[in-house]
Design a protein around this ligand. Structure first.
Ligand code: NAD
Length: 415
């Protein structure tokens, strides 16, 4: 069988849920495809004076429950299919945490690691000029994702406000705090994942104190998972990796030191108190909690049988393929599926939009409290479905969210 691209995987996951929910054909077909896709070609002058042509996308998957919402990824392997898949998962994510938003996603095929700050700023502004007609607080609101940062969000907001001629901070989230960002947005994705891991461990009767965790991918999501997994759950970090490989120490790694090293040197290489480990070996470690926090399709039919963690908290989008899911379920690996586990980011993005709309900002404690409430409620909604339907947690999450989106489509009279 040819390898499935992420969008084919997203469609397959939906198909199973649609059948189980008994969705009518029209609703099912509607939910299999994005409502709107925009492909743009961006000429950007590079520092050496040459004009480079970038290909970029914005996909609005479904807006029945509210304006499209979703991050913007800058990656050399970005394709329309990854953006479509990610926009579908955003639709299920906003529904599973029950916030009044739809799902969207954007991407630029580029290698930001090889670009200067000035080139990144020109690319960010070019992207907004091209997609501005389909953005606004009531149409579609981007946010950061892989290799995009609060600084990039700031340039993008500025470009949008220049086009429309007035302040409109809610058009993009994940902004720096002085420009209308929310307290607590920086660690929100990992914090949300840590809250659902805590609830899962309680439900499964696992005491996490002093138990082990391994983290694949050491960017925004992975670094905060290391810090908060230790601080909130009492987990011991034994391994971490990034695109260049990983580090391992069975006695434990100090998460703060590892994060400092990564921020200072740009990689995990040469971290003193650890031995080397590959990304593949890290996934197969016998740990209590695994946080896949890099990219999609890392747990497949090939390695799923060797995954030994008790809980896999998917901070990355789409880390497991459907074939792998079946194997993990049979092997009693409890998967906290991506669009539930990493929904903390979009939830605090939503809080950011609410604060922008009121022009009134909440203290950090209030953000944490509201996030905790949203994530815990979402976990238990999905867990109840899991117990009732006797499916895996991903299917349970699909059943909850697809039913909500389908209901909104029906109430609007679309199907
Ligand atoms: P990031 O750019 O901050 O970090 C990505 C990390 O992954 C980097 O450390 C990079 O070195 C590593 N990486 C890249 N390729 C790798 C590979 N082949 N093997 C191992 N590591 C690799 O990105 P992020 O924001 O932390 O996002 C990571 C994942 O979390 C993505 O799937 C993203 O969609 C998802 N996510 C992020 C957020 C958010 O708010 N940041 C929200 C929801 C989901």
């Amino acid at each position: 069988m040819p390898e499935m691209n992420p969008f084919m995987i997203a469609q397959k996951q939906l198909d199973v849920a649609a059948e189980r929910l008994g969705l009518d054909q029209a609703t099912h077909n509607l939910l299999r495809w994005p409502q709107r896709e925009l492909r743009v070609t961006l000429p950007v002058t590079m520092d050496d004076g040459r004009v480079h042509i970038f290909h970029a996308y914005r996909v609005q998957y479904n807006t029945a429950r509210g304006p499209a919402k979703g991050g913007l990824r800058w990656h050399p392997d970005e394709t329309i299919d990854t953006v479509r898949a990610l926009s579908a998962w955003m639709t299920w994510k906003t529904a599973v945490v029950d916030i009044p938003l739809g799902g969207g996603k954007g991407g630029i095929t580029c290698n930001p690691k090889g670009m200067s700050e000035a080139e990144k700023q020109r690319l960010a502004r070019a992207y907004i000029r091209a997609v501005a007609p389909i953005l606004s607080i009531s149409k579609d609101v981007p946010a950061p994702d892989v290799y995009t940062t609060p600084q990039i969000m700031a340039w993008m907001m500025d470009e949008y406000e220049t086009i429309v001629g007035h302040h409109h901070p809610g058009v993009i989230t994940g902004k720096p705090i002085p420009l209308g960002g929310s307290e607590g947005r920086g660690d929100a994705t990992a914090r949300g994942g840590v809250y659902v891991t805590r609830e899962a461990a309680k439900a499964l009767n696992i005491d996490l104190q002093g138990k082990t965790m391994a983290i694949q991918g050491f960017g925004n999501a992975g670094q905060y998972a290391a810090l908060l997994g230790a601080e909130i759950l009492g987990l011991k970090l034994v391994a971490a990796s990034d695109s260049k490989g990983g580090i391992y120490n069975a006695k434990g790694l100090d998460p703060k030191k590892v994060v400092d090293h990564k921020l200072r040197t740009g990689s995990l290489e040469r971290f003193a108190e650890a031995e080397k480990i590959t990304n593949e070996e890290l996934l197969e470690l016998d740990v209590t909690v695994l946080f896949p926090s890099a990219l999609e399709n890392v747990i497949t039919a090939e390695n799923a049988n060797r995954i030994k963690c008790k809980i896999s908290c998917e901070l990355a989008n789409g880390p497991s393929t459907p074939e792998a899911d079946e194997i993990l379920h049979q092997n009693n690996v409890f998967v906290l599926p991506d669009f539930l586990a990493n929904a903390g980011g979009v939830t605090v993005s939503y809080f950011e939009q609410v604060q922008n709309a009121y022009n009134f900002y909440w203290p950090l404690e209030e953000v944490h409290e509201r996030l905790n409430e949203k994530m815990s409620r979402a976990f238990h909604g999905v867990y109840q479905m899991y117990l009732k339907e006797k499916v895996d947690m991903r299917q349970a999450a699909y059943l909850v969210s697809v039913a909500r989106v389908a209901e909104a489509c029906k109430l609007r009279g679309w199907v």
